[in-house]
Design a protein around this ligand. Structure first.
Ligand SMILES: C[S@@+](CC[C@H](N)C(=O)[O-])C[C@H]1O[C@@H](n2cnc3c(N)ncnc32)[C@H](O)[C@@H]1O
Ligand SMILES: *[C@@H]1O[C@H](CO)[C@@H](O)[C@H](O)[C@H]1NC(C)=O
Ligand SMILES: *[C@@H]1O[C@H](CO)[C@@H](O)[C@H](O)[C@H]1NC(C)=O
Ligand SMILES: *[C@@H]1O[C@H](CO)[C@@H](O)[C@H](O)[C@H]1NC(C)=O
Ligand SMILES: *[C@@H]1O[C@H](CO)[C@@H](O)[C@H](O)[C@H]1NC(C)=O
Length: 314
C-alpha cells in the first residue's frame, strides 16, 4: 500500500540521517573557507559561530532536518551569492521578443522547422517524462496564474507541454521558457535508442522542438538551449523573472543545490519554486537534501505535492 511504502521511506530516511548531517558540517567548513578567502573587507568580523543542527524525527509527513542559524551565520550567507545583482524585471510581454533577439538573433527556432538533415530522423511526436502530469502543475498554475514560467530541465517536453495545455485551458497568456542543454545525460542511449544521433550529437533538441510543433504550443513555449548554470545567471542579468520556476535538471546534490540557489533569485514576489523527485527513487541522489538544506538556510517551509517539493518566495 502507498502509505505503508511511504512510512517505510520515512524510517529509511531517519536511519540515513547521518548523511545530511555530514553535508551541514561540510557546509560550515564552506562558510569558514568562504570567509577566509573572501576579498578583504574593510572591517574584520569573526567567523560564524557554530550552527546547531536539530532533526525532528516526529513528523508524520516527511522528515526535514532543521538548521538553527546564529545571527552571524546568517550574515555569512552572503558568501553563497552566485553573481552580482539581478537586473530589475523586464515586462512579461517583452520576455519572448527579448530572448528571441538575444539567444536566436531574432529568428524563432520554430521557423523553417524541421531542417532537412533532422526531418528524416524525427518521429512526429515522441514524448516521455516522469511525473510530468502530476497534480502540482495544475494546482500551482491555477493559483499563481503565471505570465512567465521558467522550467529548468525539459527533456522531450512532457512537463512543459502539460503546462502549456493547462495555461491554454485557463485562457492565460503565459510564456514557458524551457531551459535545458538537451544533452540528456551520459548513458541516455541505454533507454532512448530511438532518439537518433549525428556525429555524437543527440537529436534530443530537435525532437523536443518537433513535439512542441506537433502539439501546437510554439507560441507558448520557448527553448533556452543552454546549461542551467550559465542560463540562469543570464536570466538574472537580463531581468527575466518567473512567477513559477520548476527545477528538474541534474538530480545529484550539487546540481540541484546550484540550480535551486540560482533559480530562487529569479522568482517574482509571490512566485513559487517547485521541483520533481522529492519522493521518488531519484531523491536519494541529492534532490531532497538540497531542497531541505536550502529551506533550512532561508527559513522556508517545504510543502509537498505528490512527488514534488514546493517552496514559496514569501
Ligand atoms: C528529468 S529530465 C527533465 C524532465 C522534464 N521536466 C519532464 O518532466 O518531462 C532532466 C533534463 O535535465 C537536463 N539537464 C541536466 N543537467 C543540466 C544542466 N546542467 N543544464 C541544462 N540542462 C540539464 C537533461 O538534459 C534532461 O533533459
Ligand atoms: C511528537 O509531536 C507531538 C505533537 O507535536 C507530541 O505530542 C509528541 O510528544 C511528540 N513525540 C515525540 C516522540 O517526540
Ligand atoms: C538576532 O537577531 C534578531 C533580529 O535582528 C534579534 O532580535 C536577536 O536578539 C538576535 N540574537 C542574538 C543572539 O544576537
Ligand atoms: C543575424 O541577423 C542579422 C540581421 O538580420 C543578419 O544580418 C545576420 O546574418 C544574422 N546572423 C546569423 C549568425 O544568423
Ligand atoms: C494543431 O493544429 C492543427 C491545425 O490547426 C490541428 O489540425 C491539430 O489537431 C492540432 N493538434 C493538437 C494536438 O491540438
Amino acid at each position: 500500500m502507498k502509505t505503508e511504502h511511504h512510512y517505510q521511506k520515512i524510517l529509511v530516511t531517519t536511519v540515513k540521517l547521518a548523511k545530511p548531517a555530514a553535508y551541514f558540517i561540510l557546509l560550515l567548513l564552506t562558510y569558514a573557507l568562504g570567509y577566509l578567502s573572501a576579498p578583504s573587507s574593510s572591517t574584520f568580523s569573526p567567523p560564524p559561530t557554530p550552527t546547531r543542527i536539530v532533526s525532528h524525527s516526529n513528523s508524520s509527513t516527511h522528515h526535514t532536518p532543521v538548521l538553527h542559524l546564529s545571527n552571524s551565520s546568517r550574515t555569512h550567507l552572503d558568501y553563497f551569492r552566485v553573481t552580482a545583482q539581478c537586473s530589475d524585471p523586464i515586462h512579461p510581454d517583452i520576455v519572448r521578443p527579448t530572448l528571441l533577439r538575444y539567444l536566436f538573433n531574432g529568428t524563432s527556432p520554430f521557423t523553417d522547422f524541421p531542417p532537412e538533415h533532422a526531418a528524416r530522423r524525427l518521429r512526429r511526436k515522441r514524448v516521455k517524462g516522469w511525473g510530468s502530469e502530476g497534480a502540482v502543475f495544475e494546482n500551482l498554475i491555477r493559483r499563481v496564474k503565471p505570465r512567465t514560467i521558467i522550467e529548468v530541465g525539459t527533456f522531450l517536453g512532457a512537463s512543459a507541454l502539460h503546462m502549456a495545455e493547462l495555461t491554454r485551458q485557463l485562457g492565460l497568456n503565459t510564456q514557458i521558457l524551457c531551459m535545458d542543454d538537451f544533452r540528456g545525460w551520459p548513458g541516455f542511449r541505454d533507454r532512448f535508442k530511438d532518439i537518433q544521433m549525428i556525429n555524437g550529437d543527440l537529436m534530443l533538441y530537435y525532437q523536443f522542438i518537433q513535439n512542441v510543433v506537433s502539439l501546437n504550443a510554439t507560441e507558448t513555449i520557448l527553448p533556452v538551449p543552454f546549461s542551467s548554470g550559465s542560463a540562469l545567471i543570464k536570466m538574472c542579468e537580463m531581468g527575466v523573472y518567473g512567477d513559477l520556476v520548476e527545477i528538474d535538471a541534474g538530480h545529484d546534490f550539487y546540481s540541484a543545490w546550484s540550480d535551486i540557489n540560482r533559480a530562487f533569485r529569479l522568482l517574482r514576489p509571490g512566485g513559487i519554486m517547485f521541483g520533481h523527485d522529492y519522493f521518488t527513487a531519484a531523491d536519494n541522489r541529492g534532490v531532497r537534501r538540497a531542497v531541505d538544506l536550502f529551506a533550512a538556510l532561508h527559513g522556508k517551509k517545504v510543502h509537498i505535492d505528490g512527488q514534488h517539493w514546493v517552496i514559496e518566495s514569501s
